[in-house]
Ligand binder design. Structure first.
Ligand SMILES: Cc1ncc(C[n+]2csc(CCOP(=O)(O)OP(=O)(O)O)c2C)c(N)n1
Length: 679
């Protein structure tokens, strides 16, 4: 270990770097938990990036043309908090001292919306990597759309730091592959190659040549042999910036817990405080006062706060440039303001299609494609694609072309067969501002992107998922492709709105609701054709916005409620007709979205599901988990609690009990049972 004291007088850069290290050590020590190793190893590179290279204004973390910074290895959060505090963001030393405490601005892992300057929530390894790719794609797209000769209002980089764990996760490979294909020249990744993770040295499991892997992905790759050599780091960063046609990877050879005499280079320093004695030894070794905690010399603060001055100047220059742009391009400026403020043009939904029963049956995925295209005509920020299933998901926009390296103003993204990266990239695009992303795949493969959906929900990002092929009615592809538990598992994610429309008109309403929702929405759509419900007989489709509504009321007090969603609504309506012939009078409740329904006042909920009607049958071609809430303890559940089967869709459905006859039979049995108990 090189001992900085032996190098003579400590220069100010080194003192700043060591301060990042020591306040990270102290905060983790005080919290009695945290991850000191990575902040100590990456402090020099982070310091160079934040104070010499990155364009950012600590006084205005929302400046639209700032460089973005993503700490993909979110466990190293103290590195980020130290940088935010030292460079002058709205975070003080007290916040650092409150690391990991209830309601602090310095939570265990960086959380978007809690700490000024934190661009995204990271912690599940690899997600930040994909977020950064999404941010860089957003920049690339918006630059192509809005920049004009001599006036570049969108011109910033996305920097990301990641570690071995991020590099091991599949999502980073998916995202890196797409980033290389798209030639994201303004994406720069600094890889903390410290060769240590939780279980020890990475060579117990991770021995590939990461640099070569990224070269194969079409990245520009550099190595810095000593992560403490700040001039070398800066040179590499400048070279990375000069490469405009490829994303850049800088492999930084570092030492985890640099400066700790007994823990440097050891996995012990990854995820536990150094311990009081080792903290003192480390400070001594770094040439810092041993007995002082949270020591921040004035000279350090002054030096780091120069960043704030430089940042304010940079923003002022941009603002001046923007004023010129505004004068020269007033129309475009309005579009830009709309885009970055997430503004949806008035009357955007005037062109949404409506459907008549005589148009014939249409799959809700097909209707979704038409509605999406109508939305896209009116909302230029609506951009997205599918994980190689556009022809099935109907996600292609006919009003635009294909987004490729030399056509990045186009709006159809080919995500490739990379569902997980698609989810993380959508999050990054939305976080960037200026884009309303959507992404499609089969419902069954929502599992492949679930971690990203969870984070979209945690951050409350208004992304839209188009999940088609929504039940065993998928048919011949069999149980591998037939979702069963996915609806229940998506509904379990707090903050995610799941909408399963029953016909084409409800699909239009579902899109309308999705566009209006300030959070993630999953649209659940059928592969098979469904009749267009006759709204002159049934309640209007716009009632879908309430989540659940009475589609077909009973004539008097209902003998039973049939509560269904999506493709099973039609089944319930047919069953209602047959039950009427048997003098059983039922209401059909269309339960398109639990989350939207739960937002209603109790009075509305009780009107739709009257407590006095205990005979309830819930019908959905998915797992029953949770349906008891609406069917009641005595209700009948017609669901699927097993995997599907390989057969034509209608046969698979019938095999699993999704026939009008079965619904009628089960309803009759329930009504009779209730009558008996009442006697
Ligand atoms: C998806 C996911 N799996 C597991 C973890 C738990 N975890 C946190 S850090 C870490 C090891 C990361 O190693 P590395 O990136 O080398 O970080 P360093 O040891 O350098 O701090 C693991 C497995 C996680 N945060 N996310």
């Amino acid at each position: 270990m090189s001992d900085v004291r032996q190098e003579g007088r400590m220069d100010l850069d080194t003192l700043c770097i060591n301060t990042i290290r020591t306040i990270s050590i102290d905060a983790i020590e005080k919290a009695k938990s945290g991850h000191p190793g990575a902040p100590m190893g990456m402090a020099p590179a982070a310091y160079v990036l934040w104070t010499r290279v990155m364009k950012h204004n600590p006084a205005n973390p929302g400046w639209l043309d700032r460089d973005r910074f993503v700490l993909s290895g979110g466990h190293a959060s103290m590195l980020l908090y130290s940088l935010l505090y030292l460079t002058g963001y709205d975070l003080d030393l007290e916040d650092i001292k409150n690391f990991r405490q209830l309601n602090s601005k310095t939570p265990g892992h960086p959380e978007f919306g809690i700490t000024p300057g934190v661009e995204t929530t990271t912690g599940p390894l690899g997600q930040g990597f994909a977020n950064a790719v999404g941010m860089a794609m957003a920049e690339q797209h918006l630059a192509a759309r809005f920049n004009r000769d001599g006036a570049h209002i969108v011109d910033h980089h996305t920097y990301m730091m990641c570690g071995d764990g991020d590099m091991m996760e599949g999502i980073s490979s998916e995202a890196a592959s797409l980033a290389g294909h798209l030639g994201l020249g303004k994406l720069i990744c600094m890889y903390d190659d410290n060769r240590i993770s939780i279980e020890g040295r990475t060579d117990i499991t991770f021995t590939e040549n990461v640099a070569q892997r990224f070269e194969a992905y079409n990245w520009h790759v550099q190595s810095v042999a000593d992560g403490n050599d700040i001039d070398a780091v800066q040179t590499a960063l400048e070279a990375a910036k000069a490469e405009l046609r490829k994303p850049s990877l800088i492999v930084l050879r570092t030492q985890i817990a640099y400066g700790s005499p007994n823990k440097q280079g050891s996995a012990d320093a990854h995820g536990a405080p150094l311990g009081a004695a080792e903290a003192c030894l480390t400070k001594e070794c770094l040439g810092c006062p041993q007995d002082e905690q949270f020591c921040v010399p004035d000279s350090v603060l002054q030096r780091c706060r120069l960043t704030a001055r430089k940042g304010a100047q940079a923003e002022a220059v941009w603002q001046q440039n923007f004023e010129g742009y505004r004068k020269a391009n007033p129309g475009l400026t309005n579009q830009w303001v709309d885009a970055v403020s997430g503004f949806v043009p008035a009357g955007w939904d005037a062109g949404l299609p409506t459907y008549m029963p005589e148009d014939g049956p249409i799959a809700t995925r097909a209707a979704s494609g038409q509605v999406l295209n109508a939305c896209a005509e009116a909302i230029p920020t609506l951009i997205g694609g599918s994980a190689d299933l556009a022809p099935s998901n109907k996600t292609y926009l006919t009003c635009s072309g294909e987004y490729q390296i030399d056509a990045c103003q186009q709006r159809n993204i080919r995500f490739g067969v990379r569902e997980h990266a698609m989810g993380g990239i959508m999050n990054g695009m939305f976080l960037h501002h200026g884009i309303r992303p959507y992404g499609g795949t089969f419902l069954v493969f929502a599992d492949y992107m679930r971690p990203a959906i969870r984070l979209a929900s945690l951050m409350n990002l208004a992304v839209i998922y188009v999940f088609t092929h929504d039940s065993v009615a998928v048919g011949e592809d069999g149980p591998t492709h037939q979702p069963v538990e996915q609806l229940a598992s998506l509904r379990a994610i707090p903050g995610l709105t799941v909408i399963r429309p029953a016909d084409a008109n409800e699909t239009a309403e579902a899109w309308r609701k999705a566009i209006q929702t300030c959070g993630p929405v999953a649209l659940i759509l059928s592969r098979q054709k469904l009749p267009v419900l006759d709204r002159s007989i049934y309640a209007p489709a716009d009632q879908l916005a309430r989540g659940a509504y009475t589609l077909a009321p009973a004539n008097g007090k209902p003998d039973a409620l049939l509560i269904a969603s999506g493709s099973e609504v039609y089944l319930a309506l047919e069953a209602r007709k047959q039950l009427a012939e048997k003098q059983v009078d039922v209401s059909v409740v269309n339960m398109a979205s639990w989350e939207l329904f739960e937002k209603n006042a109790d009075s509305y909920k009780e009107m739709i599901l009257p407590p006095s009607v205990a005979c309830r049958v819930a019908i959905e071609a998915g797992h029953s988990m949770g349906w008891e809430r609406y069917a009641g303890i005595d209700g009948t559940l017609i669901n699927i609690n097993q995997f599907g089967t390989s057969a034509p869709g209608a046969q698979a459905l019938a095999h699993l009990g999704f026939t009008v006859d079965n619904v009628v039979e089960k309803t009759l049995a329930l009504v009779r049972r209730k009558l008996k108990t009442a006697q």
